[in-house]
Ligand binder design. Structure first.
Ligand SMILES: [Cu+2]
Ligand SMILES: [Zn+2]
Length: 197
């Protein structure tokens, strides 16, 4: 089936998929335009999706599974994190090294920061490429993840590529201000962003 109508429907569904619930789905970034703000992706995502198996760290009981997909001006993370205290709030970030080997996950390094920006809040001024909004656990201690990271790509190997980096869940909430960590406390889960092939 390759009628004009079929092509229109396909184009429409692709647009819908890339909108990401963002308030400004209007501009699509040109592939080779590199002249704008530091937050702009340096390259296009080449991977369709990746997974993250979050394993407990620092003696916690926190674990989870996430899916990462390119979306809009960055990547979007969905999934679940369990083993949290009911109703608790937790920072979640992409960190610069895909190494969860240390018991306290310190091996994952600091927040992924390809644009050399201060720590902050997505959608509200300067922030790290790995910064995302806090998770909130439900009454069962499970947080549904629906988080966006801005100014990064998935796959392709550019400086802002999150493939092979780590996702960290913290013991406390991110205050979106304290440098360079958001004062989010210890690291209670860690997993590497692994591209599907
Ligand atoms: Cu973090
Ligand atoms: Zn940060």
């Amino acid at each position: 089936m390759n009628t004009p109508l079929a092509r229109v429907l396909l184009a429409a569904s692709v647009l819908a998929l890339s909108a990401c619930g963002s308030s400004s789905p209007t501009k699509s970034t040109a592939p080779a335009a590199s002249a704008s703000t530091p937050a702009a992706p340096a390259a296009r995502s080449t991977a369709k999706s990746a997974t993250v198996n979050l394993a407990s760290a620092s003696g916690s009981l926190v674990s989870g599974k996430l899916t990462v997909v390119p979306m809009g001006n960055g990547v979007h993370l969905t999934g679940e994190v369990g083993g949290l205290s009911p109703g608790s709030t937790h920072a979640i970030h992409i960190h610069e090294k895909g190494d969860c080997s240390a018991a306290d996950a310190s091996s994952a390094g600091g927040h992924f920061n390809p644009g050399a920006q201060p720590h902050g809040k997505v959608g509200s001024g300067a922030h790290h490429g790995g910064d995302m909004d806090n998770l909130v656990a439900n009454t069962e201690g499970v947080a549904k993840v629906n988080a966006h990271a801005e100014g990064v790509t998935l796959g392709g190997g550019a400086a802002n590529d999150v493939a092979g980096k780590a996702v960290i869940v913290h013991a406390a909430a991110d205050d979106y201000r304290t440098q360079p960590t958001g004062n989010a406390g210890g690291r209670v889960a860690c997993g590497v962003i692994t591209v599907q092939r």
